[in-house]
Ligand binder design. Structure first.
Ligand code: ZN
Length: 309
């Protein structure tokens, strides 16, 4: 397999308005797509990312108002990290303090400085201030200067009780490589390295078993460049007996899902056709987008969804 990096990461949230406010106003991401959970169309599926909705920048949420919080821990994607420029952390520390966003002390991790923070549902995010080249243009935001803005994903950290089987999947069938180890953390890349390609395995014995709920990640999706690679990945994962899903057309990309040996749900998603298939880039996120099979039910779906404004 050739997986050029992370495609999107999907997490579970509580109140959708609070979620929208945090990711667009506080973090300065673009609201790329307002859609519905295709398996539960009376709840939203909200997508945030860069201006164009590029693969590798997209954090999405299934928000269910009133859902109980989960417990971050092993068997989950424990932290979702964004890439910011090397000198950006003082801006973010001040901004997050001013906006009363919970943070944790800055950590050194490999060559980078990492600022952990928590969204309104307790989801663990990280801003990785890196000197590595990251030419991805940030989304324009009202009061986050481009020089310090989020570039897209840096990495996902998977908390696992034992890393060997997951590491073997990442470096074998998934075509990645191991890059570095420090303490309980081992870093992999799905490609040749660079922000947006990293998968860290964290084997911290102090972490509890994870429980799904608000503030936890639902799945991690990796990019595949084209349909040929997508079908080949499906065949290879099927042959491995990983219980891979059928091929599913998600309108904005085609997907397959499988659970890696430590229990984290993985997805492989095509870069095409992308989020501009049903609305122009200039007005992404402005109206409720529905996959074609749900379009006949638009009136009932819109009536059942809580207002976001
Ligand atoms: Zn997904």
């Amino acid at each position: 397999m050739h997986l050029p990096g992370l495609h999107h990461i999907t997490a579970i949230a509580g109140d959708p308005r609070r979620n929208l406010d945090f990711y667009t106003r506080v973090l300065g991401l673009r609201f790329v797509k307002k859609s519905v959970n295709q398996d539960d169309p009376e709840t939203y599926h909200l997508y945030y990312g860069d201006y164009a909705g590029s693969p590798g920048t997209i954090l999405t949420f299934f928000p269910w108002a009133g859902i109980r919080r989960g417990r971050p821990g092993t068997g989950q994607a424990y932290a979702t990290a964004f890439s910011v420029p090397a000198a950006a952390l003082p801006f973010w520390q001040q901004r997050l303090a001013d906006l009363k966003v919970p943070t944790a002390p800055v950590e050194s991790r490999f060559a980078d400085q990492v600022l952990p923070l928590f969204d309104p549902d307790g989801l663990r995010l990280e801003l990785v201030a890196t000197a590595e080249a990251d030419p991805r243009p940030p989304a324009p935001a009202a009061d986050v200067p481009a020089a310090v803005a989020i570039r897209g994903f840096h990495s996902t950290t998977l908390a696992v009780a034992h890393s060997a089987a997951t590491a073997a999947l990442l470096t074998g069938p998934m075509g990645g490589q191991s890059l570095a180890q420090a303490g309980h953390r081992q870093r992999f890349t799905t490609a040749t390295g660079g922000p947006g390609t990293y998968v860290d395995l964290l084997t911290d014995p102090n972490l509890p078993n994870g429980l799904s709920g608000a503030g936890t990640v639902h799945h991690v999706a990796f990019r595949v460049a084209d349909d040929a690679g997508y079908h080949a990945a499906h065949a290879e994962l099927t042959a491995l007996g990983l219980g891979v899903s059928p091929e599913i057309d998600r309108a904005y990309f085609k997907s397959i899902y499988y659970r890696e040996p430590s229990g984290v749900l993985f997805e492989i998603a095509t870069d095409q056709p992308g989020f501009a298939i049903d609305e122009p880039v200039e007005s992404l996120g402005a109206r409720l987008s529905l996959p074609p099979r749900l379009e006949p039910d638009r009136a009932a779906i819109e009536a059942a969804l809580p207002p976001l404004a």
